[in-house]
Design a binder for this molecule. Structure first.
Ligand SMILES: Cc1ncc(COP(=O)(O)O)c(C=O)c1O
Length: 385
């Protein structure tokens, strides 16, 4: 058992040191072999042909939406469907792309977007951004069916969910583009970092350009100087086709993330096991709702969400934190000051209930079963009082 039951973990293994040292010895920090290997392996695991690295999940979401907007000629102000429970970044990128976020309520059991609650006037939206929360895929069968019926594109916000599947299909490969995060406490962490995956070469090329200031795709890194068409590269390597960004990452973060890709199956198995222990220990505590895994999904358990049916979330969270268990509010959107002019009270009852009564705790591979029993005992103790 640990004194502090935190939300995330990072442990440097001998392989981490080996790969990081290889970068340091190579003298190459900019986009190079580690980044390319990470893109290749990560996208292969998620059954995609292309992976584009960036410096954060938010950056990956931003360039995904910008790429679709540019390539499909969407106007400023075009609508994008987003869930009313997510991290703010999902919505901020819509606003930063001069588009219009349309909130949709979420499923009371999975907490993921529930498109059956979408208003009929919003079928003219250009894009849906389903978010796979806490490690569980959204209902992609419904998302794909609505997107196909109304000619919408899909960007999967998979920042919290790597490796999981919906009906056997991997997150990140079901929509047009998938976006992942390597931020702290995520399933694979490099401190910072993001990845967009896709099977569409045009989307991949545009996103790579946008990460690199919008430059001509003929020159992305110094490796491109050495090909046969040197003169063509020289004439175009300082040419810019889009209003791009400086969203690049270094070989060091790529090496740290790549090392973890060797152990992901064991990591997920430990998380699933920890979550199972906690669910079993709490199954007869009727005051709380525990994670529900839809039968067509696998769950990667980035976090363990709990929604109170009775009691006061802040009192319970204070009790947990005083006893060494870290907690976080469950991704509030409906009560954020910055979105208050976009959301009316009562408009998204499920999301509002989750914001009011939901929080999450950790179940990562750095914790053990005793940690899970401790969390369960503290929750039971709170309700006994
Ligand atoms: C659902 C969701 N989307 C996007 C992000 C943004 O990722 P990053 O912090 O890497 O920018 C996060 C990060 O925590 C997230 O949880």
């Amino acid at each position: 058992m640990h004194d502090n039951i935190g939300l995330g973990t990072f442990k440097a293994t001998p392989r981490t040191r080996e790969l990081v040292n290889a970068v340091l010895d190579s003298g190459r920090l900019s986009y190079g072999p580690m980044s390319k290997m990470l893109e290749k392996e990560f996208s292969r695991i998620h059954r995609c042909s292309y992976g584009v690295l960036s410096n954060s999940g938010t950056s990956s979401l931003h360039v995904s939406l910008q790429a679709l907007k540019e390539l499909h000629g969407w106007e400023d102000g075009a609508k994008v469907l987003v869930p009313a429970i997510t991290f703010v970044a999902t919505i901020n990128v819509v606003i930063h792309n001069n588009m219009w976020p349309i909130f949709v309520d979420v499923d009371p059991r999975t907490y993921n977007i529930d498109l059956s609650t979408m208003k009929s006037r919003d079928i003219d939206s250009k894009c849906i951004i389903p978010v796979h929360l806490f490690g569980q895929p959204a209902n992609m069968t419904e998302v794909v069916s609505i997107a196909e019926a109304h000619d919408m594109k899909i960007i999967e916000d998979a920042c919290e969910t790597m490796f999981a599947t919906h009906r056997g299909q991997h997150v990140g490969s079901i929509g047009d583009i998938g976006c992942f995060s390597f931020y702290m406490a995520h399933l694979i962490t490099a401190g910072v970092g993001g990845m967009s995956t896709t099977n569409n070469p045009d989307y991949a090329a545009k996103m790579r350009s946008l990460v690199n200031h919008g430059r001509d795709g003929i020159y992305i890194s110094m490796d491109d100087n050495t090909g046969e068409n040197k003169e063509e590269v020289m004439s175009r390597r300082f040419r810019f086709d889009s209003y791009g960004h400086s969203f690049r990452i270094t070989e060091l973060e790529a090496a740290v993330a790549l090392a973890q890709l060797f152990d992901w199956e064991e990591m997920i198995a430990n998380r699933v096991s920890n979550a199972g222990i906690l669910s079993k220990a709490l199954y007869n505590v009727l005051e709380v709702s525990l994670p529900y895994v839809a039968p067509e999904n696998t769950h990667s358990y980035m976090m363990y969400p709990i929604v109170l049916n009775f009691g006061d979330k802040w009192e319970l969270c204070t009790h947990l934190e005083r006893n060494g268990v870290e907690t976080r509010e469950m991704l509030p959107i409906t009560n954020q000051p910055i979105y208050s002019h976009r959301i009316r009270a009562g408009e998204f009852p499920v999301a509002e209930n989750i914001n009011k009564n939901g929080f999450y705790v950790g179940c990562h591979q750095g914790l053990d079963h005793d940690d899970m029993y401790k969390i369960a005992d503290l929750i039971k103790e709170y309700y006994r009082k």
